[in-house]
Design a protein around this ligand. Structure first.
Ligand code: G3H
Ligand code: 13P
Ligand code: ZN
Length: 342
């Protein structure tokens, strides 16, 4: 089947009361890991690429790898999503290349680091909605700011001081016309989210419940949702890595979010850790090896195992065959009928 709109995948998830993992990719092995996990679990798949990933793959490699996924996994609804678009231009270039969904992250300025004000966020997000919806492409916006990332996109802020305000969320959704809202609830991108297992004070799941009460039909997105599993930290450190002890977002908390309107869950760090641990293990146990396949195969399998576990935990397993793809052109028609955002 052709790539599908993320709106369709999230609407279906809302009907079925489940969440869908959105996994970041930078290369063939990561795409293969996601697609194999989706096939094993019969799950719809959201594959997402950051600006860094698009630059790393020179865009065209990414595009053709995704075309291979579409050809080789015809039974899986696949979304290709721009993660953290920093400007309308970035979102436009993604749409031109065939992405079926884009995130306009107007919570930050185009440098991807400086927190932006509300009016700027509304303006750029609305602009992207108008451009994307004309072509049936889904738009995710973000309100509130996540904590920092070691590299790449993210603000160096205390995540607790930039939580999503529920009343502002209502205004934001109404004024922009977005399909999905990324919320800030105290988490951060990257591995170093919490210095101990998070309690309700540092991971404010109650915000999600509050926003859901005010916006019951809005699909919410949880960024920074890696669980940073202890066993992956241990493998990395056992084989020569130097990760400091850290804690991620417990899967049970994500499941609580899913019961309260979270439909898309962003995971990158856990995949990175699975890959790194597997490669380190081969390097230490088989220093004589030098064929990249000797370490990339276990790396791919390790990522597949993490993605499969998340697909099962989020409830998307078994839902790949529930629906026929709706063409993007039909979504474009649908958006035309909606009241114009003000
Ligand atoms: O949002 C952050 C994702 O983990 C992507 O990270 O910008 O280093 O590719 P990146
Ligand atoms: P993690 O760093 O927790 O995997 O978050 C990824 C993310 O939010 C990508 O947008
Ligand atoms: Zn993110």
């Amino acid at each position: 089947m052709p790539m599908v709109s993320m709106r369709q995948v999230l609407d279906e998830a809302a009907k079925g009361g489940y969440g869908v993992g959105a996994f970041n990719v930078n290369n063939m092995e990561q795409i293969q890991a996601i697609m194999e996990a989706a096939r094993e679990t019969k799950s719809p798949a959201i594959v997402q690429a950051s600006r860094g990933a698009r630059s790393y793959t020179n865009d065209r490699f990414l595009y053709h790898l995704m075309m291979a996924a579409v050809e080789l996994y015809p039974e899986i609804p696949i979304v290709l999503h721009q993660d953290h678009g920093n400007s309308p231009e970035t979102c436009k270039s993604a749409i031109d290349m065939g992405f079926t969904s884009v995130m306009m992250d107007g919570s930050l300025m185009p440098d991807g680091k400086t927190p932006a004000d509300f009016e700027y966020n509304v303006r750029v997000t609305k602009e992207v909605c108008e451009m994307a919806h004309e072509r049936g492409v889904t738009v995710e916006g973000e309100l509130g700011t996540l904590g920092g990332i070691e590299d790449g996109h993210g603000a160096d802020v205390d995540p607790m001081s930039h939580l999503t305000d529920p009343d502002q969320a209502v205004e934001f959704v109404e004024r922009t016309g977005i399909d999905a809202l990324a919320v800030a609830i105290g988490t951060s991108h990257g591995a170093y989210k919490f210095s101990k297992k998070p309690t309700g004070e540092v991971l404010v799941m109650s915000r999600i419940e509050e926003i859901h009460r005010k916006l019951p039909n809005c699909h919410m997105v949880m960024h920074g949702s890696s669980s940073v599993p202890q066993d992956l930290q241990d493998i990395i450190n056992k084989y020569g890595g130097q990760m400091k002890q850290t804690y991620g977002v417990p899967v049970e908390e994500i499941q609580r979010g899913i019961k309260n309107g979270v439909r898309k869950i962003n995971v990158d760090t856990d995949s990175r850790m699975a890959i790194t641990g597997a490669i380190r293990k081969v390097f230490v146990e088989h220093p004589e090896h030098f064929d990249p396949r000797d370490y990339l195969k276990p790396a791919r399998a390790a990522m597949q195992a993490v993605v499969k576990a998340r697909m099962l935990a989020f409830g998307q397993a078994g839902h790949a065959g529930d629906y026929e793809p709706i063409p993007l052109a039909s979504f474009a028609e649908y958006y035309k009928q909606q009241p114009v955002a003000v």
